[in-house]
Write a protein that binds this ligand. Structure first.
Ligand code: PHB
Length: 368
């Protein structure tokens, strides 16, 4: 069973024993104050070390890059030390883990921003219908509409690119095997890529190449810290939530795939429409992505083991990432191996809280 899905693959500098990737999953359980990973977070990730690769939950590279209370950061010494405990725990169980580097751009609120200012974005355009998660002034948490952002000045962009580099350096020191630049799901880098959210007239707006510029600058800065064989990127070309409506989504994904290939990046991770909706990827577009990217290609979004096996067997992907199944099945790979039934995840415990719905999902009997 699943001879392709359960076979090894080299991803840049790292060899995965199987092609079942744990998708990045926001769980909103970082230690407070300071958004610092804890022993509980280390336990959660270590329980899932059977994954070929774990991609960490999205992790803000700066306070400016935060859009949800209680998500972890990677821009303070305490956060770096917390992540070092996580990577140590994963490695002790024989696993591998990538840090997902995140800047939310306009999907934020003054309550999350340094000095209570406006969130930043390519252009001063609100993300229609989008929500973020804040702790209000009276101490109660709430989902609130995202705030009107201010447009970044051209001369602020090098500072954001430098924040990616600094977070990548911290990821290396914290023992992460790889890093993933999050350029998907309507967050800052995707806001630059998308034709509707980027109305800039400087070298970061207008043409497809200009809209892609900050993505490549961030990637190059991260590569300069860690080497291309430790770097992947996540894109979601058909994502339509968070106010994204991109007229050139496929063309820019293919342009970026070429640029990533030239740089010999370790992997390209494509988030397909799933929890956020959006049009499905066509077979032609999948094939084009495959043709344009020469590294390891990962797809994610509502896959079963059967569909993942079929996609890898036909060469359409090198690996497949699973999200919600990993929430409820710490030993997901072993369950695939044995053809065992899966636990069902409980959405009421996805975000926030402690052990319940986080580290208490049962694994199979190891002797079984
Ligand atoms: C979320 O916290 O809801 C979230 C984070 C990162 C994503 C998507 C959703 O890529």
């Amino acid at each position: 069973m699943y001879t392709h899905l359960l076979s090894p693959v080299a991803v840049g500098a790292v060899t995965l024993p199987n092609r079942v990737v744990m998708a990045p999953l926001t769980r909103s359980r970082a230690g407070q104050p300071g958004d610092v990973p804890t022993e509980l977070n280390a336990t959660y990730y270590a329980q899932r070390a059977g994954a070929g690769l774990i991609v960490s939950e999205a992790t803000q590279i700066s306070q400016q890059g935060q859009g949800y209370a209680w998500t972890p950061g990677l821009y303070t010494d305490a956060q770096e030390a917390g992540w070092a405990r996580v990577t140590e725990a994963v490695h002790a169980k024989g696993g591998r883990i990538a840090a997902q580097l995140w800047h939310v751009g306009r999907i934020s609120h003054p309550l999350l921003q340094p000095d209570g200012g406006a969130p930043v974005a390519p252009s001063a355009l609100v993300a229609e219908g989008a929500k973020c998660f804040v702790v209000q002034e009276d101490g109660t948490p709430a989902n609130v509409p995202t705030a009107m952002p201010r447009a970044l000045e051209t001369d602020e962009i090098p500072g954001i690119v430098a924040d990616y580099a600094k977070a990548a350096a911290r990821a290396g020191r914290a023992g992460f095997d790889l890093v993933e630049v999050h350029a998907a799901n309507g967050y800052l880098l995707h806001q630059f890529l998308s034709t509707n959210s980027n109305q800039r007239t400087d070298r970061y707006g207008g043409s497809l190449e200009n809209r892609s510029r900050i993505v490549l600058e961030a990637v190059d800065a991260v590569v300069a810290e860690l080497g291309a064989d430790r770097v992947g990127v996540r894109l979601s070309p058909h994502f339509t939530a968070h106010g994204i409506a991109d007229d050139e989504a496929e063309a820019s994904a293919l342009y970026l795939a070429d640029e990533f290939s030239r740089r010999r990046l370790a992997y390209l991770h494509i988030a397909e429409p799933d929890w956020a909706g959006g049009p499905k990827l066509s077979d032609d577009f999948r094939a084009a992505l495959r043709a344009h990217f020469t590294g390891v290609l990962i797809f994610c979004g509502g896959y079963t083991a059967d569909r993942a096996e079929a996609l890898i067997a036909t060469g359409g992907a090198d690996a497949v990432a699973f999200g919600r199944p990993f929430i409820a099945n710490p030993d997901l790979v072993e369950r695939f191996r044995r053809g065992a039934a899966l636990n069902e995840p409980d959405p009421s415990t996805f975000y926030g809280g402690a052990e319940r719905g986080y580290t208490d999902y049962p694994a199979l009997d190891p002797e079984g």
